[in-house]
Design a binder for this molecule. Structure first.
Ligand SMILES: *Cc1c(COP(=O)(O)O)cnc(C)c1O
Length: 481
């Protein structure tokens, strides 16, 4: 009762009794009900009224706020917010091109074009159109993978982590796998080679030391219990200085002399030599196979530039064992990424066009000159939006390829560096700016280093993205006001 007295005292405040019932509010929201049906709209109407009632009881709700138009608008907003996708497009201005947290490789237009048509209806995922009988989903990409890598056979799974797990389980379950101590990689998360070995039911036999492993280390560790020799590409770190490792060609000879397979996890694995564009050379699956590796695994969404996938190529005998291993069924690719993978691999049939067709390569090979010009062009616009509290300068900077590919290589790039003008509270000012950038309709992801916020523009190469970036500057200005 004291509440109603209060609402009398503050004449402009609304009391709980001023709120409509859920039914009344729904009757006022016919168009919303017609569009979305009863369940969602009614649930949101109840939640909205519950919240407003609490505020009315606290004497915090104005008469204005309980007007029918206002309530309808709030309800429409709530319904729209519930239906908003959690996965959103963002602008990656971190300088890391293949950014694991930002969706890794960007898919090519050509890889997406056919997806709606292929996915919305039935397709020949596991159906052999020639014979009319059952087909194998691997066959959609096996030919392409063999052609591109020179392999006898190929199979695909969900991601490269699955490929490694499956290859070890299928070829070495209950037996020993020999691996150098210099290659006991942790990729991130829970994927560490010794643990993967255990999950696959194989026993890891470590040989050599962190920095040096020799051919005799492998040869000396081979026993009747050995199922295979393994190499893991140290994709996210480098051992430098006094080092020695055994190359695949030499290790393959040792393995084959004992009738054992050599399995190599390449991690990223590029299908084309990146050094032709002045980028560091990553080992290619085709080189590994030519060196004598029996099975090579690599990722679909790192340097290859496709969807998440684990590609397994090699000798038919081993690929068949891997394909038939029961775990394969649990790790198989779904039709959605498989269609995108096939379309991505087909782009490699026209290697001269790859830097145009494949976004990952397009971004990695984007000329520094173009990035610098873009920075010059955007600098005055951003400076105006952030004045007077921040300064904006054009700077050359170093980006990276990302996703554990070529860990120490740096990509000469350019962009904008933003610094708070006030010398106090720099950290807070930068966090606030980074937060405001992330809250934009097309969130901008930047990086903070050396008391500055860095926007590397390498990945802002699309005209529509640049237009969106510029179009949001006034919203950014308002957010920071
Ligand atoms: C990235 C990586 C993997 C895992 O590949 P995903 O496709 O991310 O599952 C495995 N091994 C190495 C060496 C890697 O770099």
């Amino acid at each position: 009762m004291s509440q109603s007295r209060e609402s009398v005292v503050h004449g402009s405040k609304a009391a709980p009794k001023d709120l409509p019932s859920t039914d009344k509010l729904l009757r006022l929201s016919e168009p919303l009900l017609a569009e979305h049906g009863h369940s969602l709209v009614a649930a949101e109407a109840r939640a909205l009224l519950d919240r407003l009632r609490v505020r009315a009881v606290a004497g915090e709700l104005s008469q204005e706020a309980v007007k029918p138009e206002r309530l309808q608008a709030l309800l429409a907003e709530r319904v729209a917010a519930r239906l908003k996708p959690r996965m959103q497009a963002v602008l990656n201005l971190t300088g890391t091109v293949i950014h694991t947290n930002l969706g890794r490789s960007l898919l090519a237009d050509a890889a997406l074009q056919d997806l709606p048509r292929l996915m919305a209806g039935p397709n020949n995922l596991e159906f052999d159109l020639a014979s009319g009988g059952r087909g194998d989903r691997d066959s959609l990409v096996e030919g392409l993978l063999c052609e591109l890598t020179g392999a006898e056979a190929a199979t695909v799974v969900n991601n490269n982590a699955a490929a490694v797990l499956l290859a070890i389980a299928a070829l070495a379950r209950g037996r020993e796998v020999i691996l150098s101590r210099g290659e006991l990689v942790e990729i991130g998360g829970a994927f560490r080679m010794p643990d993967v070995m255990a999950s696959a039911g194989a026993r890891l036999v470590e040989v050599g030391t962190t920095n040096r492993t020799h051919a005799r280390d492998y040869a000396g560790a081979i026993s009747p219990e050995t199922a295979m020799l393994m190499k893991v590409h140290t994709s996210n770190y480098q051992v430098q200085g006094f080092t020695a490792a055994v190359e695949e060609a030499e290790l393959a000879k040792i393995a084959h002399a004992h009738d054992l397979p050599l399995v190599t996890d390449l991690g990223s694995g590029a299908l084309v030599d990146l050094s032709q564009w002045g980028l560091p050379r990553e080992p290619l699956p085709q080189d590994m196979l030519a060196a004598g590796c029996d099975v090579v695994t690599f990722s679909g969404d790192k340097l290859l530039g496709g969807p998440q996938a684990g590609l397994i190529v090699g000798k038919r005998e081993f690929i068949e064992r891997i394909r038939k291993f029961p775990m394969k069924r649990a790790l198989r690719m779904s039709k959605l990424p498989l269609a995108a993978l096939e379309a991505t691999l087909r782009l490699y049939l026209r290697p001269e066009r790859l830097t145009e067709d494949l976004p990952t390569l397009r971004l990695l090979t984007r000329p520094l000159e173009a990035i610098r010009n873009q920075a010059e062009q955007l600098q005055p616009l951003l400076a105006a939006a952030l004045a007077p509290r921040y300064t904006v300068l054009v700077r050359e900077m170093l980006g990276q390829i990302g996703s554990g590919s070529l860990p120490v290589a740096r990509l000469p790039s350019a962009g904008l560096v933003i610094a708070p003008v006030a010398s106090k509270g720099i950290g807070t000012a930068l966090e606030r700016l980074a937060e405001a950038l992330r809250a934009l309709p097309l969130p901008v992801i930047a990086r903070i280093a050396e008391d500055q916020l860095w926007l590397d523009l390498r990945c802002l190469d699309r005209a529509d993205h640049q237009a969106a970036f510029i179009g949001q500057l006034s919203a950014l200005q308002e957010a920071l006001a």
